[in-house]
Design a protein around this ligand. Structure first.
Ligand code: ZN
Length: 242
């Protein structure tokens, strides 16, 4: 029978906690794998929907503005045409050359105004039909993305429902383990876990580190088995447990 010193029992406890922590994190990783890219995909699609909605809204506002301008200009055009008719009638009744010149100048001015209005109206009419078509197309596209997003979101929700209870259990256990673990040791574990494929702890496997397969000197193996010290793999930095 060996008596454990205070230090040894601390190492034992740490090794046991680290082993458990790794098991928990493996479980969490499996859950994340099951969910796959779905969470990111759903998020990406939702972003796409927002951008598309903003685009359609902008085109609708543009269409509204263009339509209002068309209505206003059409009124202006009507007024100008009436004035043109009036000037034409006045031209028949002129007596002097000065009068004639003055009316002709006004007449030409209104004619130019009409031409300008008609050109602008033609441009805006084309613009409104373009915008209408774009809004239709983009609304159809938006609807497609909405359907796709809904399907993915439903799938994700289902997967979440399946794994949520399990995940909560793991997270609860994890919290309990982490508070009992020495902070620097936990920090080291986290650093290696994040850098090394989700594994901060490795077991001895056939005299080698189970994480990177680097050979462990026999005396170090003995220390690991006896749990007299926390041993890190010299090659990959993982914490080696028996
Ligand atoms: Zn290693």
């Amino acid at each position: 029978m060996t008596q454990t010193t205070g230090m040894e029992s601390k190492v034992r406890e740490a090794v046991q906690l680290l082993t458990e922590l790794q098991e928990i994190d493996d479980g969490l990783r499996e859950i994340a794998l099951e969910r796959g890219d779905l969470p990111e995909e759903v998020e990406k699609l939702e972003g796409q929907i927002q951008a598309m909605e903003a685009d359609v809204a902008q085109r609708k506002a543009d269409l509204e503005k263009t339509t209002a301008a068309l209505v206003e200009r059409t009124e202006q055009l009507g007024g100008a045409k009436e004035r043109l008719v009036k000037f034409q009638q006045q031209l028949y009744a002129v007596k002097t050359t000065r009068e004639y010149d003055a009316i002709t100048a006004e007449f030409n001015f209104v004619k130019e105004e009409i031409t300008r209005c008609e050109q602008d109206n033609a441009r805006d009419t084309q613009r409104t039909s373009e915008l209408t078509r774009q809004i239709e197309d983009r609304t159809t596209g938006l609807e497609k993305v909405r359907v796709e997003t809904k399907a993915k979101a439903d799938e994700l929700r289902e997967k979440l429902a399946e794994t949520e209870v399990e995940e909560r259990g793991f997270l609860h256990r994890r919290e309990n383990v982490v508070v009992r673990l020495m902070k620097p040791l936990y920090a080291h574990y986290e650093r290696i876990r994040k850098a090394k494929d989700g594994r901060g702890v490795a077991r001895i496997m056939d005299g080698a580190c189970g994480g990177c397969f680097a050979v462990i000197p026999p005396q170090t193996q003995v220390n690991i088995r006896k749990q007299v010290d926390i041993v890190l793999c010299e090659t990959c930095g993982r914490i080696i447990v028996p």
